[in-house]
Design a protein around this ligand. Structure first.
Ligand SMILES: O=C(O)CCC(=O)C(=O)O
Length: 277
């Protein structure tokens, strides 16, 4: 029995163990969420013309943008995750999933852990909304209880799919079983790395902005792709199974961008089989 199963002694952990997701959980005020969104959009205005900056939003933005590192350490978020994974937490990645207003971008049904090369299933994603995530704007949809199965996936490389390989579950998902995980800015959902999830396009006039923070306990181990890097954000690391990442020293500093290049390159090898995204 895994630690994730034995720790189910809180409402959050109980719901997570039963359904594979929990939502909505309020983790900051709407004003704080609006301030993080302002900082994101200021960074996009300053650096967005650069293709590598756009990649940084999709992989480890917490290494180069201090306000993202700050979000990943917020006690309202890490405290809820700790109820499931225990007190010592690493962030493995923290990609943004942004759907622009009235666009066709979508996310196909998938299980996260399929491609990550982790030995463990002890992984929790905290998906933090910085704008409204509603059925109309393409919020995440989950199939409760599906985390107990592991199914095959196909790489579709579909153009509008926000996933790196357009990966899609190879079995038919019954759409009527899906729960819409609607969130207001400042709320989050937590989801298990094996729960079936997907999202429709954004049919509203505002951007749908979510930060998907991937938490693992420090005892987790990588079995594929060598020793990955991860950021300690809560407690202590008594295992040293992942190379420690350094918190950013400023906004997009030269040293932090070099650190990002090294770490993101190693992770791309695992996620994309060495190909660039
Ligand atoms: O943002 C979305 O719609 C999908 C996010 C997702 O697949 C994930 O966080 O694992």
């Amino acid at each position: 029995m895994s630690a994730m199963e034995t720790r189910a002694a809180s409402p959050v952990a109980d719901a997570f163990a039963r359904d594979g997701f929990v939502c909505p959980i309020t983790v900051m005020s709407t004003d704080e969420a609006a301030e993080y969104r302002r900082q994101l959009e200021a960074a996009e205005a300053a650096y967005g013309a650069d293709k590598s900056f756009r990649k940084m939003l999709r992989r480890y933005p917490n290494l180069v943008l201090p306000f993202i590192d700050e979000i990943t350490r917020r006690p309202e978020i890490t405290g809820a995750v700790a109820e499931i994974l225990g007190p010592d937490l690493l962030v493995l990645d923290a990609p943004f999933f942004i759907k622009e207003a009235n666009t066709t971008s979508f996310v196909s049904w998938h299980q996260d852990l399929h491609y990550w090369g982790l030995e463990t299933e002890e992984e929790v994603t905290a998906w933090v909304a910085l704008s409204p995530a509603t059925a109309e704007s393409g919020c995440m949809r989950f199939v409760a209880g599906s985390q107990n199965r592991q199914v095959a996936h196909n790489d579709t490389h579909a153009e509008d799919n926000l996933l790196t390989r357009g990966q899609e579950i190879a079995v038919k998902v019954d759409e009527s079983e899906a729960t819409e995980a609607e969130l207001q800015p400042g709320q989050m959902s937590l989801h298990h790395g094996r729960v079936f999830h997907a999202s429709h396009p954004n049919r509203t006039g505002d951007r749908r902005i979510g930060l998907a923070i991937r938490y693992i306990p420090t005892r987790a181990r990588q079995t594929e792709g060598g020793n990955m890097a991860a950021m300690l954000v809560r407690g202590e690391d008594r295992f040293g199974n992942f190379h420690p990442c350094h918190p950013p020293t400023g906004l997009m500093t030269e040293a932090d961008v070099a650190h990002w290049t090294e770490i993101a390159g190693a992770r791309n090898k695992v996620m994309l089989g060495g190909k660039e995204d």
